[in-house]
Design a protein around this ligand. Structure first.
Ligand SMILES: Cc1ncc(COP(=O)(O)O)c(C=O)c1O
Length: 426
């Protein structure tokens, strides 16, 4: 293991952040097996990707069969069954009217595509995003990303005409305490209106990009009232409402998409992560009418919607549907919160929250969150952080995890968190 880490450090660049140096040999369902035989419970899903677990037999079969038949031709050159079948199946579960999918390779690429779609089809340039959001690392997506300033460090000027409004995150709200989530949402909406009055004319705005639940920013759901008001505002000013559902999509929230949980239909959705079930795949999803206006040849990708990725995504969606995993997300979320309730009185815990199976424990600071996940890993449970300061531990189990495994995993974390120094360092 030490030798492996030394090899990795020598040839992989330090710019890659890393939660651990574990050397994973294989994955089996919700378990990872290291090259020296250690079995670790995976409560990360490789950052919200492996929604039906590792090496699901139906997904592996679909991938291997597709790889043997056709690995690549490029949608620019010819068409093939797996991408059409995946787009057709997506259209049966997406919010009403969002029936056409442009496939790319990743979340960031989906966001880039959505920026271009919005600008070209509205003839407008400005984009509104929200402070605390994460949309990816490419230059356009990074411009919309404000969960941490470090994502822009040293990169100079990014995309022009991007405006950032506050996100209704009650624990990080500019309002003086005490205030509740609704009051924070009210404040944020007023700031957005002020932005349209003072900084960017409404008729310049091509799109409002929002994560209905902050992912990397801390697993924070916006109040439903705020999401509804964004819908009304976008319609009123003629801008597109874009939901970045890269992290929230594909059943994680207890609906196929968070949009459906909020009862709000966006004009565009960006998808990735669980969409490919472990293979690289992203998508911009919108209405036929809007997609017809995105001019042929003005966007594209050699690998986007690769046959194997689409076969993997299709098989993953079929497992989610056949095994009722969308409905299971809320059951798993409730189970996790029930086990985590023991931490409510922990002096370093600020909040325990969930939206479907997106569950988070927010600590007072990073050191406490890091100490808790390090202690859990000692007991073979893998968790990762999120949040502006990495002060939040997030739970992202596969939606087909066994209940007893999940319960045991969360209990290990509770014990680990209890052992964290009670008093915050001065
Ligand atoms: C909401 C959201 N959008 C976009 C991205 C970027 O996705 P990718 O890393 O596949 O480029 C992420 C990644 O964490 C995300 O959570």
């Amino acid at each position: 293991m030490a030798d492996f880490e030394a090899r990795a450090r020598k040839v992989l660049p330090p710019v890659l952040g890393h939660y651990t140096w574990l050397q994973i040999d294989r994955g089996e369902g919700s378990w990872l097996v290291t090259s020296d035989g250690r079995r670790v419970l995976d409560l990360t899903c490789g950052i919200a990707v492996t929604v039906v677990g590792h090496a699901h037999p139906r997904v592996v079969k679909a991938v291997t069969e597709q790889a043997a038949r056709l690995m690549h031709i490029s949608t620019g050159v010819a068409k093939y069954e797996s991408s059409v079948a995946l787009a057709e199946m997506l259209a049966t579960v997406t919010p009403r009217g969002l029936d056409t999918a442009f496939f790319g390779n990743s979340g960031a690429e989906a966001v880039e595509g959505a920026i271009k779609l919005a600008r070209q089809t509205t003839g407008r340039e400005a984009i509104i995003a929200f402070r605390g959001g994460f949309h990816g690392r490419t230059v356009g997506a990074a411009t919309l990303t404000t969960s941490k300033a470090q994502y822009r460090r040293g990169y100079g000027a990014l995309l022009p005409e991007v405006y950032v409004a506050p996100y209704p995150y009650a624990l990080a709200c500019a309002l003086p305490d005490p205030h509740d989530a609704e009051a924070c949402a009210e404040h944020c909406y007023a700031e957005l209106e002020a932005m349209l009055e003072h900084e960017v004319p409404p008729e310049h705005v091509a799109a409002i990009f929002v994560e209905p639940v902050l992912g990397e920013g801390g697993y924070v759901a916006a109040p439903a009232s705020f999401i509804s008001r964004l819908r009304e505002l976008a319609t009123k000013i003629g801008a597109l409402l874009v939901f970045d559902e890269v992290q929230t999509g594909m059943g994680r929230t207890g609906a196929w998409f968070a949009a459906q949980k909020f009862g709000v239909t966006p004009d565009v959705m960006t998808l990735a992560k669980a969409l490919g079930g472990g293979m690289p795949l992203g998508a911009v999803v919108s209405t036929r009418e809007r997609m017809e206006r995105w001019r042929t040849g003005t966007h594209g990708s050699t690998f986007g919607g690769n046959p194997v990725s689409c076969a993997s995504g299709l098989a993953t969606m079929q497992v989610i549907r056949d095994d009722g995993l969308v409905g299971r997300a809320d059951t798993l979320g409730a189970l996790m919160v029930e086990e985590l309730a023991a931490l409510r009185s922990h002096p370093r815990v600020r909040e325990i929250r969930r939206f479907g199976a997106m569950v988070a424990v927010e600590f007072d600071e990073k050191s406490a969150a890091k100490a808790a996940i390090a202690a859990a890993l000692e007991k073979d449970v893998l968790l990762i952080t999120c949040g502006f300061h990495d002060q939040v531990v997030r739970f992202i189990p596969a939606l087909n995890i066994r209940e007893d495994d999940l319960r045991k995993g969360v209990r290990v974390f509770v014990e680990a968190a209890r052992a964290v120094q009670i008093a915050a360092p001065a």
